[in-house]
Design a protein around this ligand. Sequence first.
Ligand code: BGC
Length: 741
Amino acid sequence: MKRHSALLLTLGASVVTMSAAAQSGPETRAETPDIRAERTLSAMTPAEKLLLLHGPMHTLLPPEQRPQGIPLGAGYIEGVARLGIPRLVETDASLGVSNLMEARKGDTATALPSGLSLASTWDPAIAHAGGAMIGSEARAKGFNVMLVGGVNLVRDPRGGRNFEYLGEDPLLAGTLVGAQIDGVQSNHIIATIKHFALNDQETGRNVASVEMDEAAMRESDLLAFQIGIEKGDPGSVMCAYNRVGGIYSCENPFLLTDVLRRDWGYKGYVMSDWGAVHSTAALVAGLDQQSGEQIDRKPYLSTLLEQALAAGRVPQSAVDQAAGRVLHSIYAHQLDRYPLAVGTTIDLSANAAVAQRAAEAGIVLLKNEGGLLPLAHQARRIVVIGGNADAGVPSGGGSSQVRPVGGAKRVTAAATSGVAAMFAQRFYGGTPPLDAIRAEFPAAQVSFLDGKDAAAAARAAQAADIAIVFADKYATEALDQPDLSLGEGQDELIDAVASANARTVVVLETGNPVLMPWQAKVPAILAAWYGGQRGGDAIARILSGQVNPSGHLPVTFPVSLDQLPNRVLPGSDAPAADGETKATYGLAADTKPFDIHYPEGSDAGYRWYDAKGLKPLYAFGHGLSYTSFRYDRLKIVSGESLTVRFTVTNSGDRAGTDVPQVYVRRPGKAKRLIGWGRPELQPGESREVVVTADPRVLGDYDVKARRWMVRPERVTVEIARSATDPVLSAPARLRAATRKP
Ligand code: BGC
């Protein structure tokens, strides 16, 4: 097994060891985080308390101002050595340990596939394994806070960060992010669910205000966070850049105090996004920590907070409360008792296997006419075209971008101006699909063309048994996409190749849904997203049939922009900001403030299509297999909740994993996912799937009553292959129920 040492770093004095932790006073291991936090707080000086409430992005500090002995990353928060409070050292995030702007020269990490790929697995176990893996690499590199856990809903398929997130459904996204966070934190480090809330697009992210009624928020975006927090218990919540109801998320008392603390009982701390703090009063609204503080316009939670305390504008109790919450998370996750294992050997081969398993389970077989896939092993001449498939798989840009083990194999043009240019690169890494295909089809002659010349590609395709076109589309944080086309001549390329060879396979490597004007001509299409460290291997093994595809779409692929709730991306036509545009990390106020309205309200994604009777190109939940599955024996028990049982049988001739989905249709409402199964079945094998619905997906949020309300009504339960493909259905009666928010 190939082993490799992480960068060896010596930790600074303020990171404590076990014995230092014990110095904070007499204590027993059974003490709760609350008790420990209270005791430490009472021993802290006012200045020490303030230390926990802010910190810089050290990567952007001049070298002489950076603390020694900690790895460069997104930021750090000073600890208090005399009390055994460890320094918090932060890095991104959900797709692996990122290395922003390659601040740690030459340092690489295992790259997981993108968030949409993870969501396509519908598998909390895979999310957990990925989280545990990146958390272990983070520890070994000297980080104890992972900015992991992006769960903003995909509301618009043009969103620049959709690739990082977990799709359009709050139950699916919340379940997966909870598992991911739990995995990360199994390493005794803190994870950060983000970006709270409604930061569902990049355009105007620093100025725009999302205007949505409370019930709609609670039933959609907030529900994803709520479920994620319940399941994952993250040590921190990161508030977002945008405003909600006119108020910045990081100083929004409704979000940070009423919803998060009062209603959800959250006990950890809220850290700001980098450059998202706008006032000292944010502390009183519920923010606890100013991250990357030099990016904000002012030192709100340090110098200005000291002044506000002295002037009596902010009470000391607000500081105590915030510092107490930071301590609570440190103790809840025992950061002080498990000092970082910097320099521990990372088992790169085991970690790559985690990435490969995730990539294989995340690939979605969208179309497979005539059973073209898996490719016959008799294929003698295979031509692979485009997508830099000879170099690696693409990755999305921005703070989540991981420099994969092996490095960036090819860097191509990305944005040359604006924030996206500053911290994102368009590169290809991991196993090159071309090499993996060659390894998978040793008897075939596999040639490669870069796809820049469509006519040459068509000629090569004509002479081959099989043509595989790789089509990719770059996505990055800080920039939404103007449209859903593949761009760069790739639609024309696919059309030309498919016209020349009827046995053409298209492998999409995108961060978002795309339009497919060539769809009818192409018999086999895979959505392989951004595949991570072993993306190439995963694609090749799906093509060969070594792995039976099991991914299902976590987002709807529209037929055209006309099907979207907002045909024009909100803010894309907003007037430019005048004068002072501060385009540093994260801060891009390049438009005047504007409001974002989501006409779909709580009906994000497939629910909008259902409500409007629109037929998408590929529906949420869709995904084919090389085997077939039969559903029967549907039984419904409606009592306290709704329990749905049914049997899935593998009716084909190879082993496979299915993702049967359960939807409920209520009178006058769009259908809603209430659960799913993921049975792995041998040919002929049957298994019962049992789904018990969470009352929140059966009912509505009643703002006046401050309760979830399930009404006594007749509903239809569907067992489906996708949001538009029900197989079994039966009526059920819901019993009236209420539930606290
Ligand atoms: C992103 C966050 C990230 C932070 C630190 C911000 O631009 O929105 O997701 O964690 O930077 O890198």
